[in-house]
Design a protein around this ligand. Structure first.
Ligand SMILES: Cc1cc2nc3c(=O)[nH]c(=O)nc-3n(C[C@H](O)[C@H](O)[C@H](O)COP(=O)(O)OP(=O)(O)OC[C@H]3O[C@@H](n4cnc5c(N)ncnc54)[C@H](O)[C@@H]3O)c2cc1C
Length: 407
């Protein structure tokens, strides 16, 4: 068993770490406190990452989404410095993957933006009455000639207020079945409203309102895939995903397979937040002197550091274990990604709590990043599957068919 990253993965991690330390670490605390990024700022972020070869354009996305380990390293490193940036890539990747498969007029509009790095996308499924239970979406798509007409509203959507492209969950009024439509804001205009939250403050999150939005039928998920495969291409040419991921897509429900990667990514983003809190605590414990000695010499402080270190390392192992299962297309990918997301989300809440404790009053001060780490950590147990739902999925995956708590 080899616990080391490959040389190539280490190089990727190190250059990304240097880039983040140079470009974002100096501005993160001030900028995050000012709230959601504007669209221009979000596009500037994409352009900066692009210089490093990280992006959503058809070439770069193959590296990011086609290699689960690279995706995991990216989420851990960005999580360590500025988790608010992650939805630009994680959620933006879903419409970006499908854009090359959409209708001609959609492609003409969106592909140049995607190529140049000016593209911001979102994945819109959650509704006010469809949170954990998304089995009955009220956003509808009514067939009308070559189009669907979409009506409804979404909530808690990452990038909603800055996105030009959206992958939107809908119920087909004719068949009653649920699917996703790829939409572009000028072609099918929608309204948005910003929502404010405890952490990830620079990440725009919002509501989306669709009223009579016309979307070409060719932009329905199943139709896009079927049209692309018709030309004889295989799934790997059509979607920028790994062989293992394709195995998951063909052996489990597509949505279940799709969620394995973001859940493993959320685990590693939590590892990044926890690691930043631990690094700051180690520095402070060495430097802060009370009772004539560094506080790091006190056993109770060392116990907190131990608890943080073991929780972060366990989370990291679970996260990379989940990624390894995704790489291999192993059925355990579902169980491990759920376990990893719950464990790491809750572990980083405890780790950032301890980090504030070790910093005493300074830990609560907005002059230090500890309070941001704590707020950013608190968010980790809800999006992409709440801890409760992740535990239930793990439960019935362990127990087998017939043991779903809510089906
Ligand atoms: C910052 C942020 C970003 C997000 N980004 C996106 C996005 O980009 N796209 C998108 O579509 N959605 C997004 N979401 C929505 C997110 O996926 C939902 O918030 C999440 O699924 C939970 O839904 P809810 O908030 O309605 O909670 P509810 O479903 O109302 O749940 C409330 C509580 O009840 C518990 N619960 C519910 N059902 C059960 C059960 N069967 N057994 C035990 N406990 C249960 C939950 O675990 C939770 O503790 C985001 C949310 C946040 C906060």
């Amino acid at each position: 068993m080899d616990f080391d990253l490959t040389e190539q993965e280490k190089m990727y991690r190190d250059s990304l770490r240097d880039f983040l330390n140079k470009e974002f670490a100096p501005i993160v605390d001030k900028r995050d406190a000012q709230g959601p990024l504007t669209r221009k700022e979000a596009v500037d972020v994409m352009h900066k990452f692009r210089k490093l070869g990280i992006g959503l354009d058809p070439d770069s996305i193959r590296t990011l989404m086609g290699s689960p380990m690279i995706f995991g390293i990216m989420t851990e490193e960005v999580g360590r410095v500025w988790p608010s940036l992650l939805p630009l890539f994680g959620m933006g990747a879903i419409p970006a993957m499908f854009a090359p498969l959409a209708s001609e007029d959609f492609k003409q509009k969106v592909m140049p933006r995607l190529e140049s790095g000016d593209f911001i996308g979102c994945f819109a499924e959650t509704e006010s009455e469809a949170g954990c239970d998304t089995s009955k979406l009220k956003t509808t798509a009514k067939p009308d000639g070559d189009y669907y007409v979409v009506n409804g509203a979404k909530t808690w959507i990452s990038n909603a207020t800055v996105a030009d492209t959206a992958f939107v969950g809908v119920t087909n009024t004719e068949t009653g079945s649920q699917t996703f439509l790829l939409m572009e804001k000028e072609m099918s205009p929608w309204e948005t409203n910003e929502l404010h939250k405890i952490g990830w403050n620079a990440s725009p999150t919002g509501e989306m309102f669709f009223e009579g939005c016309r979307v070409p039928k060719e932009n329905e998920m199943g139709t896009m895939l079927a049209n692309a495969l018709k030309s004889g291409a295989d799934m790997k040419e059509v979607l920028p995903v790994s062989d293992g991921f394709i195995k998951l897509l063909t052996t489990m429900e597509p949505f279940t397979a799709m969620m394995t990667l973001p859940r493993a990514g959320m685990c590693l983003a939590a590892v990044g937040i926890g690691q930043a809190a631990l690094d700051a605590s180690l520095t402070y414990a060495r430097e802060r002197v009370q009772f004539g000695r560094p506080i790091g010499k006190f056993q109770l402080v060392q116990q907190m550091l131990y608890e943080m270190a073991v929780a972060i390392e366990t989370s990291r192992l679970l996260g990379y274990r989940a990624l390894d299962a995704i790489v291999k297309g192993h059925p355990d990918a579902r169980k491990f990604s759920c376990m990893a997301k719950v464990y790491a989300g809750e572990a980083c809440v405890k780790a950032t709590y301890n980090a504030i404790q070790i910093h005493g009053g300074m830990g609560l001060s907005t002059e230090m990043p500890l309070e941001r780490y704590y707020r950013d950590a608190r968010l980790m147990t809800i999006p992409d599957g709440t801890s409760e739902i992740m535990k239930l999925v793990t439960g019935y995956t362990l127990l087998g068919k017939g043991f779903s708590a809510y089906k």
